[in-house]
Design a protein around this ligand. Sequence first.
Ligand SMILES: NC(=O)c1ccc[n+]([C@@H]2O[C@H](COP(=O)([O-])OP(=O)(O)OC[C@H]3O[C@@H](n4cnc5c(N)ncnc54)[C@H](O)[C@@H]3O)[C@@H](O)[C@H]2O)c1
Length: 337
Amino acid sequence: MDNKKVFFISGVAGFLGSHLADRLIELNHKVIGCDNLIGGYEDNIPDKVEFHNVDCNNFEQMSLIMKNVDIVYHCAATAYEGLSVFSPHIITQNIVTASTGIITASISNNVKRFIMCSSMARYGTNPVPFTEDMTAKPQDPYGIGKLASEDILRCLADVHGMEWVIAVPHNIIGVRQKYDDPYRNVASIFINLMLQNKQPYIYGDGNQKRCFSFISDDIDPLIEMAFNNNCVKEIINIGPDDEFITINELAETIAKILNFDLNIQYTQGRPQEVTFANCSADKARQLFDYNPKVKLEEGLKEMIQWIKKRGIKEFKYHLDLEIKNNKTPKTWSKKLF
Ligand SMILES: NC(=O)c1ccc[n+]([C@@H]2O[C@H](COP(=O)([O-])OP(=O)(O)OC[C@H]3O[C@@H](n4cnc5c(N)ncnc54)[C@H](O)[C@@H]3O)[C@@H](O)[C@H]2O)c1
């Protein structure tokens, strides 16, 4: 293949990063990647990836491993929205400072295009469905950090002539997603708990609504962002805008598949959690005929099979709570999972 490119993926041991690596390798591109293993699973990393256990905050190391890279996917992040009001220091370090590290290393290595994974958290309290032209109104350090990272990317890339694309994925689920992390990934947490015969906890009344999408539906649009010139300097939502369901319904759907006798434990709502959050997929439909095919139940069944095969796991409280007070969810302060 003469249009073989060198890709760099940060967060390649993570959920999105490892699936992107698989597809790029399938397409015969070279993939270099880094991860500091604060999240993800090391065995997610596809064999053919040239892997470096390097933190995006380590600018000198990043500059060295990014030689001759054409296109970057920046997937590395501590993607912990709810936790970000309780552990803001570690979370923003791995979002804002880490993004600045990899953006700078990319520019200094003459990278052609930089694709940043932002988050729906950037839209905050806007009315749903969120469209890309809305003024961002993030409500927590995670969303604020994502928006700051976008701003730094736009500024530096425009000054130094690097193409940029901002992908806004939302509520993607699927195999390889961390399921022993008590701080994030609601569907995976519910499955891991129910498979251990434990009741799930829900923050607030469970009527928060989200749209989940399955990873296999979201890789193609992300790959297009590397090649399609209509994506340059664009913010693009990635995720479906149908099957908008409550967290209660999500728990009920998983319980039904597992034939689990559900008795949800309701607990205090998390500060700054947005009640209704979903994105319009109109722009993705226009740009890439985005048409997700996997229905929620089907995707959940695949995740259940994968978690069963890999084995249920104890939850690991691997990040410290920097702020502990009466607002801190007791699921975390008392390690209830
Ligand atoms: N999965 C989703 O639904 C979703 C939704 C919105 C946004 N995103 C964004 O997409 C990206 C990928 O998400 P994911 O679900 O794959 O998360 P993930 O946690 O599975 O993967 C992120 C990876 O980044 C690594 N990492 C964190 N900080 C790092 C650092 N400083 N240096 C190097 N590696 C570091 C972690 O170890 C982890 O393996 C993130 O930026 C996230 O904010 C994901």
